[in-house]
Design a binder for this molecule. Structure first.
Ligand SMILES: NC(=O)c1ccc[n+]([C@@H]2O[C@H](COP(=O)([O-])OP(=O)(O)OC[C@H]3O[C@@H](n4cnc5c(N)ncnc54)[C@H](OP(=O)(O)O)[C@@H]3O)[C@@H](O)[C@H]2O)c1
Length: 299
């Protein structure tokens, strides 16, 4: 990048956005962070903001992420995840800025038996998944031939938000027995690792990667059940006091939720590994780092 980059980070108070904001500050990269104070689907407000700030890089971590609620609030989910994503893409095109939209493994139907590559057919099974897929299409179409990135990830955990890890930790302190789904398989991802990769992809700290779709997740496909066992063992190793003595595997059918989930949503990350020359670390290592941070804050 020839002149100093200026970043607009949308969704800066979310679980992922807050970590990206910290990393941008630590690296002294100038940025403006917004969240619900600047509604990404409000085209007029977004245009006015872009005219005054003129960012060279736009990172969109703003999203409607309540997967179950989305089933009954489809219009809200589509407004943020599809319309908002596309509004920002139009702004990026007008400015010639790089634009990265975070997306999800839930764009796939989960019927595959080997990891999903970037151009595998999408067939989301939930409203949330459909809204994110429509966002991807809006971004890629609007920025065709320009600097548009879609970065799909899965099973996010991190410090500043509700996540499976946080929920499990709370339940493990409250209950002796837990039931956790074993027939859904995916790749857990730590927000810190994803944030590092996203910044590199758009050229913040090196040359930018070619635009397009990328997948990133920590390594080690696992089930929610095995992930829960990993959380318990790691928390105990770090000195947490837990009530839970038994974690029982259950099936998705025994644990009905409003939104269907893909049974198998393992992302193939070879493209990003090759382009950036990285090897994602195992989720268990990242989980250890995360829980050490979480528990330090609580003990
Ligand atoms: N969490 C996961 O397991 C997961 C997995 C795969 C992919 N992803 C993707 O990763 C990205 C980051 O997820 P996350 O877990 O960090 O989400 P998050 O914690 O829910 O953060 C999203 C942020 O966007 C804000 N927001 C909502 N509507 C907005 C609007 N109209 N305008 C501006 N900001 C708005 C939210 O505010 P409120 O909280 O007040 O609504 C929140 O602060 C998303 O694109 C998500 O789809 C997440």
């Amino acid at each position: 990048m020839s002149s100093a980059p200026k970043v607009w980070l949308a969704g800066a108070r979310g679980m992922l956005g807050s970590v990206i904001a910290t990393k941008l500050s630590e690296r002294s990269i100038p940025f403006v962070g917004t969240d619900v104070d600047l509604d990404v689907a409000n085209a007029e407000a977004v245009d006015a903001f872009l005219r005054s700030e003129r960012p060279s890089v736009i990172l969109n971590a703003a999203a409607y992420t309540r997967v179950d609620d989305a089933e009954s609030q489809a219009a809200d989910a589509f407004r943020v995840n599809a319309e908002g994503a596309t509004t920002l893409a139009r702004g990026a095109r007008a400015l010639g800025a790089a634009y990265l939209y975070f997306s999800t493994d839930y764009v796939f139907d989960g019927r595959a038996q080997s990891p999903y590559v970037e151009d595998a057919p999408c067939a989301p099974v939930s409203v949330y998944g459909r809204s994110k897929r429509e966002g991807e299409i809006g971004v890629l179409r609007t920025l065709e031939g320009a600097r548009g990135y879609v970065l799909r990830t899965s099973w996010l955990f991190g410090e500043n938000g509700p996540s499976f890890v946080r929920t499990m930790l709370t339940l493990m302190r409250e209950r002796e027995e837990l039931r956790v789904v074993r027939d859904q398989v995916g790749r857990p991802t730590y927000t810190h690792d994803l944030a590092d990769v996203a910044l590199r992809l758009v050229g913040l700290g090196g040359a930018a990667a070619p635009p397009g779709i990328y997948h990133f997740a920590n390594s080690g496909p696992t089930s929610w059940y095995d992930f829960a066992q990993g959380i318990r063992q790691t928390a105990l190793r770090l000195g947490a006091s837990l009530r839970v003595t038994s974690i029982l595997p259950v099936s998705t059918a025994e644990f009905p939720r409003p939104a269907p989930r893909p049974a198998y949503s393992v992302l193939d990350t070879r493209r990003i590994e090759q382009v950036l020359g990285i090897t994602p670390r195992h989720w268990a290592e990242a989980l250890g780092e995360h829980l050490a941070r979480e528990l330090r804050g609580q003990q």
